[in-house]
Ligand binder design. Structure first.
Ligand SMILES: [Zn+2]
Length: 256
C-alpha cells in the first residue's frame, strides 16, 4: 500500500488495475505496456482519469511512488479540467442539444421519466422514484433514448443503400463516438444523445459508411457526404464541443 500525501492509500500491488483516487476525484488506471521504456503518467481529459503506463519489468510499487512524486502535477491537471456535472436534482444538462434541468421528483407510482415543457424556462427531465436511484435511472433512460435515435438514424441511412447493420449497441465508450466492427456491428457512445440531433445523425452515417468502406479514404468521405450532406458542420461540432459532453454523468464525487 502506498500513501497519497498521507491521506488515502492506494493499493497498486493487488490485481486491481483501476481504482478510484477518492481524494483527488479521479479514476486511476494502471497499464502495462511491452513497448514502454519508462514509467509515464498522463491525465485523460475525456475520462477524468489518471493513467500510469509501466514497462513490463517495472513493479507496481514503483508506479505507486512515481505517482506520489507527481501528485501535485496530477492535481493541477485535474483542476484545469472543466467541472464534472453529476446527475443530480436541479443540475442542468443538454438533451439533443437543448438545455434541460434535471428534476428528481421523489416517490410516485409512476416510474416513467418524462419531459416537462415550462413556458419560457428550460424544459425539465422529471425523474420519479427513489432519489438515491435517480441518477442511475436517468443514465439508463439516456442509453435507451440514444439507442432509439441511433437505430432510427442508422436505418434511415442503411435502407437507401440496401444494407443492414448486424447489431447496434450503445455503450459508455470514451475514446470514440462510434465504431464499426468487421462483422458489421455498430457501437456508439450514449453521450451522443446529449448532442444536437444532426451530430448524432452524422455519427450514425459515418458508421454506416464504414459498412461499405472500412477506412477513412476519399471514397469513404465521398460516401459520407452523399448520405449526410451536412457532415462537415457536425464533424466540427464534435471537435469543438464534443469533449464537453464527457462532463455529464451519474457518478458523484468526480469533481472537487
Ligand atoms: Zn470512422
Amino acid at each position: 500500500m502506498k500513501n497519497l500525501n498521507g491521506r488515502r492509500a492506494i493499493d497498486l500491488s493487488s490485481k486491481t488495475r483501476s481504482v478510484r483516487l477518492e481524494d483527488i476525484g479521479a479514476q486511476l488506471e494502471v497499464r502495462r505496456h511491452p513497448g514502454a521504456r519508462r514509467l509515464t503518467l498522463r491525465v485523460s481529459r475525456t475520462r477524468r482519469a489518471v493513467i500510469v503506463t509501466l514497462p513490463l519489468q517495472c513493479d507496481l510499487d514503483e508506479a505507486g511512488s512515481f505517482l506520489n512524486r507527481h501528485i501535485d502535477w496530477v492535481r493541477a491537471r485535474l483542476d484545469s479540467l472543466p467541472n464534472h456535472v453529476p446527475f443530480e436534482d436541479s443540475a442542468a444538462m443538454p438533451l439533443r442539444g437543448i438545455p434541460h434541468i434535471i428534476s428528481f421528483t421523489g416517490g410516485t407510482r409512476s416510474r416513467l421519466i418524462t419531459i416537462e415543457k415550462r413556458g419560457g424556462q428550460r424544459p425539465a427531465i422529471l425523474v420519479p422514484g427513489d432519489k438515491s436511484l435517480a441518477p442511475n435511472r436517468l443514465t439508463r433512460w439516456l442509453f435507451e433514448e440514444a439507442k432509439r435515435d441511433l437505430v432510427a438514424c442508422v436505418e434511415s441511412h442503411t435502407r437507401p443503400l440496401s444494407l443492414q447493420a448486424k447489431r447496434i449497441a450503445v455503450r459508455d465508450q470514451t475514446s470514440r463516438w462510434g465504431s464499426c466492427s468487421t462483422t458489421g456491428a455498430l457501437s456508439f457512445s450514449w453521450r451522443l444523445i446529449l448532442a444536437p440531433s444532426f451530430v448524432l445523425d452524422y455519427v450514425a452515417a459515418h458508421e454506416v459508411a464504414h459498412l461499405i468502406e472500412m477506412n477513412h479514404g476519399p471514397r469513404f468521405w465521398a460516401l459520407v457526404k452523399k448520405i449526410c450532406p451536412e457532415f462537415e458542420s457536425a464533424k466540427q461540432w464534435l471537435q469543438v464541443l464534443g469533449p464537453d459532453l464527457h462532463r455529464y454523468g451519474p457518478a458523484h464525487g468526480r469533481s472537487h
